[in-house]
Design a protein around this ligand. Structure first.
Ligand code: PXL
Length: 279
């Protein structure tokens, strides 16, 4: 197996099974040395808990990055998720420029919206500020809502292939090359991921589970990055990540008290087995 040195930049939601508390174990399970840069510390995620605390760590980011630079630390991949502020988007762009090894890949999950609405902490100014970060990254992993925000397209609940093609065309026109578009559903019982590598498109369709699930975007993106950095093709990584995410959701079904996240931990052996089967 490869042993890539990877940096992931996203918040720590202490409770809620999302962002770093998901990315770190999943990427480690995929065999990557996983370095972290926390963008903020929250007592919980923002989707359903009330009165959560937030400590924005934007101010620490330039000094942390400068220290790493002095130490000669560089990464084979940098993957960003939920960020705490517009300032951080600029700091992440600096990190992309300065802390990558030759040939390193940058992955951006815009992590700002779902189901047609922005997450509570964000507004359209933030959504627009996310555009240059996404369009400058090697690979982006938006869900459909985020892709609409990045292209100024209206979000629709039902649509056809032409609508998805228009969104992908607009993402390319804006500068995106490699797009992993999640949550593309043409039929009531199925959903899937549209993999677009420089205009070459393939769709992986899988079953849709009728449950609102927090943190699945982070589970998906982490598994995708982990598999891709192990040498999986984009489509195979997208498929593996989708199958793992479905398993995590299935693990959680029937436990209404576990509304805030998915039980991804007990499915990690399946993820590791899938990685090894392929390797
Ligand atoms: O990517 C999901 C996520 C991550 N971090 C925080 C969130 C959310 C979703 O709402 O609130 C703090």
């Amino acid at each position: 197996m490869n042993y890539p040195k990877l940096l992931t930049i996203q918040d720590i939601s202490c409770i809620g099974q999302c962002s770093l508390t998901v990315a770190l174990p999943i990427l480690s399970a995929c065999g990557a040395e996983t370095c972290i840069l926390p963008s903020a510390v929250l007592s919980t995620h923002t989707a359903g808990f009330k009165g959560f605390t937030v400590r924005d760590l934007s101010g620490d980011m330039p000094a942390i990055a400068a220290h790493w630079k002095r130490e000669g630390i560089r990464f084979d991949a940098i993957y960003t998720g939920y960020l705490g502020s517009i300032d951080q988007i600029g700091y992440v762009q600096d990190i992309f420029r300065e802390l990558r090894n030759d040939g390193a890949k940058t992955f951006v999950d815009p992590a700002m919206a779902d189901n047609g609405v922005l997450y509570g902490a964000f507004d359209m100014t933030y959504a627009n500020a996310m555009k240059p970060l996404c369009f400058g990254a090697d690979v982006i992993l938006p869900n459909l809502t985020e892709a609409c925000l990045l292209t100024d397209m209206p979000y629709r609940e039902t649509y056809d292939e032409a609508y998805i093609a228009e969104i992908l065309d607009k993402l390319h026109a804006a500068g995106a090359g490699h797009i992993i578009l999640t949550g593309v559903s043409y039929k009531p019982d199925t959903t899937g991921v549209l993999v677009d590598e420089n205009g070459e498109r393939r769709y992986y369709e899988h079953k849709k589970i009728d449950r609102v699930c927090h943190g699945t975007g982070d589970v998906y993106a982490s598994a995708f990055v982990g598999a891709y950095m192990q040498g999986f093709s984009s489509f195979d990584a997208a498929k593996l990540a989708a199958d793992y995410t479905v398993k995590c959701i299935e693990n959680t079904l029937g436990d209404e008290s576990h509304w805030y996240g998915v039980k991804f931990e007990t499915a990690l052996p399946d993820l590791i087995a899938a990685l090894h089967k392929h390797a």
